[in-house]
Write a protein that binds this ligand. Structure first.
Ligand code: T4K
Length: 391
């Protein structure tokens, strides 16, 4: 098993050579320009737009403030239909904008918001749909857009995990009104902390850029109640160093994913969260579900077994957002209204997934899971008498 003292985490940041980063810091020192739309962030904005294949990008200091600003920029109000299966930020940005989240169940295959359940949740107060391309798996973007068009709603996507995802060759950041990307160190592409919005409507650019800079139009006019969402130059410098490393990291992660898949594919009770046909994988997470009935024991058991071996997978996204005390009283938060999400939250497990991991470690993780399944199944086939004898 994992004999190294070094813990195996769910992810590790992709880091450039330190000397190369130091060189870019030198140029920041020389310029004495650390923030407020500096040269490095201007350059990164262009490079991110090229990588993501989008026309408009606005960089931010983190993904949460970017999403908060996206909601502001579209002047959303009332209610927004969203998924409970995500990171807290997705729903919190609605609450911070004085909007009531309305939770919609998810699809068992993609774990994204279920378009078949959206329309029944629309009321006169609904202003938008906020979907999450969770683990980089795209939402059903066509169906969602049709619903939005039928009811005059806006569409925002939380694409925190979807850097580089494409659907049939079409970049993920081109769907809906606005897409948010997170550049946190746990993300494939990162800027230390950071994020971005992408959008098709050129007219949104001024409003978004004003909102992320306190609403300052010029030294004499402040025209919107903005926030400080700007990316600083040290983060932008990190981004410029990390971006050229992303494709090789994706390739390496694809190798790791293939090994996980080949070892775990036929383990009873284990299902792998996969990209639908035609989708380019962002390689952000490797996610399995463990069905207790077929596996013989549950997700938490596997989590503990790995932890004992100094391996730390994560139960993203457990608990559901709808179970947080700040949202659980909402009628859409009732577990009966969210049967699929409620089932998934008890099954899901994100396994360690980053390029530096040796394939031997991946194999060892699979061995632990396979052995747990065999042992649990043997145990569940024993009579009670035999179980007492074994104990
Ligand atoms: N929407 C979605 C769907 C998201 O997943 C997120 C963030 C957001 C919105 C908001 O975007 P940001 O505002 O964050 O840009 C981590 C990240 O902090 C968070 O960004 C991410 N999602 C979430 C899925 O994962 P935690 O609470 O699990 O972080 P933490 O500190 O436990 O780190 C996880 C593992 O990563 C550690 O076990 C080790 C490794 N790690 C982490 C950091 C910070 C490192 O190796 N180095 C590091 O510097 O939330």
């Amino acid at each position: 098993m994992n004999r190294s003292k070094e813990p195996i985490m769910v992810t590790r940041p992709l880091l450039p050579e330190i000397d190369s980063y130091k060189d870019s810091l030198d140029s920041i020192w020389e310029s004495k320009w650390l923030s407020n739309n500096g040269r490095k962030s201007q350059k990164l904005e262009v490079e991110v737009a090229n990588y993501l294949g989008v026309n408009n990008v606005s960089l931010f200091n983190n993904g949460t403030i970017a999403l908060l600003t996206a909601v502001q920029s579209l002047r959303l109000q009332g209610e927004v239909i969203t998924t409970p299966f995500s990171f807290p930020a997705t729903t919190h940005v609605l609450a911070w904008n004085g909007i009531q989240p309305v939770f919609c169940d998810i699809c068992p295959e993609t774990l994204t918001i279920d378009p078949k359940r959206i329309e029944e949740l629309i009321t006169a107060r609904t202003s938008a749909i906020l979907g999450v391309h969770v683990f980089g798996v795209p939402c059903y973007v066509e169906e969602i857009q049709k619903i939005a068009d039928r009811h005059g709603l806006r569409v925002i996507y939380d694409g925190a995990h979807a850097f580089g995802t494409e659907i049939d060759g079409k970049p993920i950041g081109t769907f809906g009104d606005i897409t948010m990307f997170s550049f946190h160190p746990t993300k494939l592409f990162h800027t230390g902390e950071g994020g971005a919005l992408t959008f098709n409507d050129e007219n949104l650019k001024d409003r978004i850029n004003l909102l992320k800079n306190f609403g300052i139009k010029n030294q004499e006019e402040v025209i919107l109640p903005g926030i400080n969402g700007k990316m600083n130059e040290l983060s932008a410098a990190m981004g410029l160093e990390v971006l050229p490393l992303v494709d090789a990291e994706r390739q390496r992660r694809a190798e790791i994913r293939n090994l996980y898949c080949s070892r775990l594919e036929n383990v009873p009770g284990v299902s792998i969260v996969k990209m639908p046909n035609g989708v380019k994988n962002s390689e952000q997470y490797f996610v399995i579900r463990i069905s207790e009935k077929d596996f013989g024991s549950n997700r938490d058991h596997v989590f503990e077994l790995l932890k004992e071996r100094n391996i730390f997978p994560r139960k993203y996204f457990y608990p559901l957002i709808s179970k947080y005390p700040c949202y659980s009283a909402l009628s859409s938060a009732r577990p009966e209204a969210l049967p699929v999400a409620t089932q998934i939250e008890s099954e899901v497990l994100c396994l360690p997934f980053y390029g530096e991991l040796p394939l031997e470690v991946i194999s060892n993780i699979c061995n632990v899971i396979i052995a747990a399944c065999r042992k649990s199944q043997a145990g569940s086939k024993m009579t009670n008498r035999e179980k007492v004898d074994v104990a």
